[in-house]
Design a binder for this molecule. Structure first.
Ligand SMILES: CC(=O)N[C@H]1[C@@H](OP(=O)(O)OP(=O)(O)OC[C@H]2O[C@@H](n3ccc(=O)[nH]c3=O)[C@H](O)[C@@H]2O)O[C@H](CO)[C@@H](O)[C@@H]1O
Ligand SMILES: C=C(OP(=O)(O)O)C(=O)O
Length: 429
């Protein structure tokens, strides 16, 4: 196990290239199960979620070849191998194995997913969708058993706007007989990316990116080549970092529309931002930031996945800011760690009240989840002195080459192995 060390207080300058989107990649890889021939996915981020999904495809008989940022998946010998335990528990997106295997084999056994611990993360809407398509679904000892004689298109209204349920139902429905209509669908850009890959494989999908998606099932899907969209959450994290510590930073390979809600809030805070076709240039005004309130919402609202790093930035803004997370009720595990660094933050229910101003101090802190890790990296770069961050494995789930990208901007950040005492303290904590 490793820790990240950051010497704070150095300003950031230069250009950073954004990688392909984690939340697309983790759906596109399982989607390849549905094809009869090889699928090639380009612009993959180098993250552990991608490695684990490729291993899961190997477990069910697939062949995968990862070179640089390209993954070739040969699904020809895949079979409906049950996956009740093991790797499926290590990430959230293993739930997409359910939709893809149900679509292809009409059956699947998949353990309940892992992923960031943000409070309850039920998958009832995924199951409601699979059942509407004709699958029998049971939950036995922490694994979901799915079985259908045939899948038949249906009209499905999602009670909760869910990214995962929208994509999972699409994955099963592309091979169902007849038309499926998903109403109250999620509209995140990653959903359009998955629909684009499935369409290149021969699927018939209309309306992805709106709240009504129509899918006409087809008998077979073939291989194709697809390049992943840029990661709007990684881009947003670097825009926040640049707003905190940048003199002038160009965040390149971005779709600026995807980060519009963030840019609007940063401009309210006094950050100077120029937007071009596929890049965002931040000229920070980082010693004179104004406080703002944010509320996380489904896309195109402010993304919950940027709430935690944004909270770190707000500790620098004079005055009181309120952060409300309407998507998850327990996405505040980073707050205790920020307090260790001297932040003045009170949590009440789904909101955090940040009294900004005093400079953070380096401390030893723990990343409890992926974006808590990002929040602590932002805080560490802002703080006086050295910050040590454990729980780096969470950060590695979703940020591609984070240290090198930051070093390229002038940050002092490095990685060390945990000593024996640190390991035993962690075990006992
Ligand atoms: C791998 C992936 O893409 N992860 C993203 C995905 O997670 P994930 O797909 O898990 O998130 P959802 O959009 O499904 O969840 C949104 C909300 O709906 C609730 N819900 C969801 C499904 C369900 O069946 N029942 C239910 O009640 C959840 O508890 C949550 O409160 O979207 C989240 C919201 O943008 C992001 O934070 C995650 O980064
Ligand atoms: C919550 C996240 O990831 P996951 O859904 O994979 O746990 C995230 O990317 O911020």
């Amino acid at each position: 196990m490793e820790k990240l060390l950051i010497e704070g207080g150095h300003s950031l300058n230069g250009t950073v290239q954004i990688s392909g989107a984690k939340n697309s990649a983790v759906a596109l890889i399982p989607a390849a199960i549905l094809a009869d021939t090889s699928v090639t996915i380009d612009n993959l981020p180098k993250i552990s979620d991608v490695d684990i999904l490729a291993e899961l495809l190997e477990e069910i008989g697939g062949k995968t070849e990862l070179t640089d940022d390209t993954l070739v998946i040969n699904p020809e010998n895949m079979f409906a191998m049950p996956l009740p335990n093991g790797r499926v528990k290590k990430l959230r997106a293993s739930y997409y194995m359910m939709g893809a295997m149900l679509g292809k084999f009409k059956k699947a056994v998949i353990g309940l997913p892992g992923g960031c611990n943000l409070g309850p993360r039920p998958i009832d809407q995924h199951i409601k969708g699979f059942e509407a398509l004709g699958a029998k679904v049971t939950n036995e000892q922490g694994a979901i058993y799915l079985q259908a004689d045939e899948l038949i298109g249906a009209r499905i209204y999602l009670d909760v706007v869910s990214v995962g349920a929208t994509i999972n139902i699409m994955l099963a429905a592309v091979r169902a007989k007849g038309r499926t209509i998903i109403e109250n669908a999620a509209k995140e850009p990653e959903i359009i990316d998955v629909a684009t890959l499935l369409s290149s494989m021969g699927a018939n999908i209309k309306g992805a990116g709106t709240n009504v998606i129509r899918i006409d099932g087809v008998d077979e899907l073939h291989g194709c080549r697809h390049s992943i969209i840029p990661d709007r959450i990684e881009a947003g994290t670097f825009i926040i970092l640049a707003s905190a510590m940048g003199d002038s930073v160009l965040i390149d390979n971005v779709i600026p529309d995807h980060v519009e809600s963030l840019i609007a809030k940063l401009r309210e805070m006094g950050v100077m931002i120029d937007v071009a076709d596929d890049s965002v240039f931040v000229r920070a005004n980082h010693n004179d930031l104004r406080s703002v309130d944010i509320k996380t919402l489904v896309y195109p609202g402010f993304p919950t996945d940027l709430q935690q790093p944004f909270t770190s930035l707000l500790t620098k803004a004079e005055g009181s800011s309120m952060v409300t997370d309407t998507i998850y009720n327990a996405r505040f595990k980073h707050i205790d760690e920020l307090r260790r660094m001297g932040a003045n933050i009170k949590v009440e229910g789904r909101s955090a009240l940040i009294n900004g101003g005093p400079k953070l101090q380096g401390a030893t802190v723990r990343a409890s989840d992926l974006r808590a890790g990002a929040a602590l990296v932002v805080a560490g770069l802002m703080a006086n002195g050295i910050t040590e961050i454990t729980g780096v494995e969470h950060i590695d789930r979703g940020y591609s080459d984070l240290e090198n990208k930051l070093k390229g901007l002038g940050a002092k950040i490095w990685r060390e192995k945990l000593g024996e005492k640190e390991l035993s303290d962690l075990k006992n904590s």
